[in-house]
Design a protein around this ligand. Structure first.
Ligand SMILES: [Zn+2]
Length: 278
């Protein structure tokens, strides 16, 4: 079913914004019965096929009601209630993986040249390895304060703002590395954010990105029960193809970090670098 989307600026109830396709700007939207939930409309763009949440909460409301540190406990409780066995298994799996988190820090150290590194949606500000000067953008006031406590003594700082606005506060060609870890799926203006990242990244810099993989085998099998659905926190549902297309539109080349097992991986992990003008 295709129904017209309202323009980007139009709001319902003053707090929810109806989006056009964040990839191509088309207003043609086919709502998916399977993947929409309650009032939240998930579906595909009628032009380019990009999957997204059409009606998204605006920032003030995100801060008040849907901030990650608030929605996470509620989401965990809901999962335990609806699927106690798989929720416990997945929690146990995550705990077992904790020691391997260090390997992500190793990865950043390998990917980025020494210098200033920006973590978008930096949370408590613990992600950037010691060798870099850490900068962050964080929407939650409390997390921003926590992160500033860690980053300021290391020479960087955290901007308290929505990501697209916050990234505009940094100088062009400033960062040697940018981290978008589990962030772009939350951003209602993903293309604007990638364009902003392109401006502030050095020509020889690299951007690490990790988002849920809508093309994963698990999503195809589990359908609406797939772990990547989170309402209304996740507003973009990327596949390796759609992520690569959006990256290219913003001037980036994309390389997958998990190409071999991508079809069975619930996450896409990739590195974006500035495409050389031909
Ligand atoms: Zn589209």
């Amino acid at each position: 079913m295709t129904e017209p989307a309202a323009s980007q600026a139009q709001t319902n109830s003053g707090e929810i914004i109806d989006r056009v396709c964040p990839q191509c700007g088309s207003a043609s939207f086919g709502r998916s019965k399977n993947y929409s939930k309650d009032t939240w409309r998930v579906g595909d763009c009628g032009e380019c096929g990009f999957t997204f949440l059409q009606n998204v909460p605006v920032y003030d409301r995100l801060i008040d009601e849907f901030a990650w540190e608030k929605s996470r406990p509620a989401e965990t409780a809901r999962r335990y209630k609806e699927r106690p066995v798989t929720a416990r298994l997945s929690m146990a799996f995550r705990r077992a993986r904790k020691p391997f988190r260090a390997s992500e820090q190793d990865l950043f150290t390998r990917l980025f040249k020494p210098g200033p590194v920006l973590d978008v949606g930096c949370g408590n500000g613990e992600r950037i390895p010691e060798v870099f000067t850490p900068y962050g953008i964080e929407l939650s006031k409390q997390l921003c304060e926590n992160a500033n406590g860690r980053m300021k003594p290391r020479g960087g700082h955290v901007v308290h703002a929505p990501a697209v606005e916050g990234i505009g506060e940094f100088d062009p060609n400033f960062f040697t590395g940018i981290i978008l870890r589990s962030f772009l799926e939350h951003e209602w203006q993903p293309k604007e954010l990638l364009e902003g990242a392109h401006k502030v990244l050095r020509d020889d810099g690299a951007l690490f990105i990790r988002v849920p993989n809508f093309a994963s085998y698990n999503r195809k099998v589990r359908g609406p029960l797939w772990c990547g659905f989170r309402y209304p926190d996740h507003v973009n549902y990327f596949t390796p193809d759609s992520l690569s297309r959006m990256a290219a539109d913003c001037g980036f080349g994309m390389q997958l970090l998990n190409p071999v097992k991508i079809s069975i991986d619930d996450n896409i992990k990739a590195v974006l670098t500035k495409a050389q003008p031909s």
